[in-house]
Design a protein around this ligand. Structure first.
Ligand code: ADP
Ligand code: MG
Length: 331
């Protein structure tokens, strides 16, 4: 009898201790890296060591993947045409997979075209058809190869991981935070990454930018657990000329900025790099081919905002949408 009373007291104390434990406090760290502003909201990083580690990792990855910084690993590859680097190799292999499943819509060799159109350094320019054709000769997924873990570029090809690098960085951060069991909400420019459940039991509330009013949200997604939420759109880096919008996402089939009915594509997936790669690729594909790609896949959900203002949401995400009218894309 005495033993069961003691057990009862211990259990009551334990339940109280768990129930009354204070929730881990969020703390924000701001990082300017990868050509964008980032916010790391970490829950329970009491001594700031996780924020410090992640900040260093983000700077390290910036120094690998920057296409314009002369000291970067990628810059060296583009200049000397060969490199042996684990991050570049890993990201190139993922890029190949996403390129294959999207019929070549994702193409990491378009840097010469981005430069021609002035998207590097924001010195926008409308090239002639001849200039586009001439520059396109330097692009294509047949312009690189991997030999003994080294990446080699053919001729005057150059690589650019702008469509994927932030997603890759989000995955690196997520793996570290999962190892610490530390919930977090990371915003790396247009890439949002939640890690674990939000302390307190509420879902993470993730705003999707309104492409035609980027300071406002077109909707909020209420999502639980770990998710990558990545948006590609025609409003981030773009110029308008004679009523036509030219945006920084290039259609490899034409060598020109994408022209279709989409304003933005948001991908929700487990993997940050997959979400990032698909957001760019599906933007290139246009709504109908993108819907079809979703029907044939089981590893992502998506939100599409069209130029006429219609919002399409894939079936698996419809319960997560707050504050927006939308059409459902079904299987
Ligand atoms: P953001 O950089 O705004 O997050 P994205 O993830 O969609 O947007 O990546 C766009 C960047 O990817 C461009 O700025 C360019 O560097 C590169 N890019 C443009 N078109 C393509 C493409 N078809 N495939 C792969 N990369 C591309
Ligand atoms: Mg992308």
């Amino acid at each position: 009898m005495k033993r069961s009373i003691a057990l009862f007291i211990i259990l009551t104390l334990l339940i109280c201790a768990v129930g009354c434990a204070p929730l881990p406090e969020p703390a924000d760290t701001f990082v300017a890296a990868m050509d964008t502003e980032m916010t790391l909201r970490l829950y329970g990083d009491t001594d700031g060591s996780a924020a410090k580690y992640l900040t260093a990792e983000l700077f390290r990855l910036d120094a690998v993947f920057s296409p314009t910084e002369e000291s970067s690993t990628l810059y060296s590859l583009n200049r000397f045409k060969t490199i042996r680097d684990a991050d570049i190799l890993s990201l190139l292999q993922t890029a190949d997979e996403i390129s294959a499943r999207t019929n070549g819509a994702l193409d990491v060799t378009l840097l010469p075209l981005s430069r021609l159109w002035g998207f590097i350094g924001a010195s926008y320019y409308l090239p002639t058809a001849d200039e586009i054709a001439e520059t396109s000769r330097r692009t294509g997924t047949d312009k690189y190869e991997v030999v003994d873990d080294s990446v080699r570029l053919k001729g005057d090809a150059e690589l650019d991981f702008g469509a994927l690098a932030k997603g890759y960085a989000a995955d690196v951060c997520r793996a570290y935070l999962e190892g610490l069991d530390m919930p977090a909400l990371l915003t790396l420019g247009g890439n949002v990454q939640s890690v674990g459940d939000k302390p307190g039991g509420e879902p993470w509330m993730i705003g999707i930018q309104d492409p035609r009013q980027p300071e406002a949200c077109i909707m909020t997604l209420a999502l639980r657990g770990t998710n990558a939420v990545v948006t590609s759109g025609d409003y981030q880096r773009c110029f308008d000329l004679d009523g036509v919008r030219y945006c920084h996402i290039i259609d490899p089939a034409t060598g020109s900025p994408v022209q279709n009915d989409l304003c933005s594509v948001t991908i929700v997936a487990d993997s940050g790099v997959l979400a990032d790669g698909l957001s760019t690729a599906l933007f290139v594909m246009g709504p109908d081919a993108a819907f079809e790609h979703w029907r044939q896949s089981d590893d992502f959900e998506a939100v599409f905002v069209l130029k006429d203002g219609t919002v399409y949401v894939t079936e698996g995400l419809k319960g997560a949408v707050r504050n927006c009218n939308f059409e459902v894309v079904s299987r």
